[in-house]
Design a binder for this molecule. Structure first.
Ligand code: SF4
Length: 140
């Protein structure tokens, strides 16, 4: 499953920053996901998927779409936290489009406010399985 590295682009679409701190913890010496070949990259063109935190603010809606479109196929979308999953406490309004699935096809929802690093790692591994299935050529 981890025969290839997994590169993800992190996108803060309007979070309070707590989900982002939990994501950042994945790179510290306790969790150290880089030892598994999982890393975050600066460009969506180098990524296998996007990890989105926060509700999608109207200001960033177009940027979220453009980031997704820049990621080569096959790609995965991971929504981290209650805001990304459903809009959370922000919901839908004049400044917020709501959860990420109102803008992008989400593959994995990771609940929590914020989710613990262990939950994020679990969600990334679920996404890795989906990516692997998409990479396999059609059978029959
Ligand atoms: S889910 Fe909670 S911690 Fe994450 S961005 Fe929303 S309010 Fe902040």
């Amino acid at each position: 499953m981890l025969g290839r590295s997994l590169h993800l682009r992190h996108l803060d679409a309007g979070s309070c920053n707590a989900c982002d701190w939990e994501l950042a913890a994945l790179l510290n010496p306790v969790y150290d996901v880089r030892r598994l070949g999982i890393d975050f990259v600066a460009s969506p063109r180098h990524a296998d998927g996007v990890v989105v935190t926060g509700p999608v603010t109207r200001n960033l809606e177009a940027a979220v779409r453009r980031t997704f479109e820049a990621i080569p196929d096959p790609r995965v979308v991971i929504a981290v936290g209650a805001c990304a999953a459903s809009g959370g406490i922000v919901g839908v309004g004049y400044a917020s489009a709501g959860g990420v699935d109102r803008v992008l096809p989400v593959d994995v929802y990771i609940p929590g406010c914020p989710p613990r690093p262990e939950a994020i790692i679990f969600g990334i591994l679920v996404a890795l399985g989906r990516l692997d299935a998409r990479r396999r050529p059609c059978q029959g």
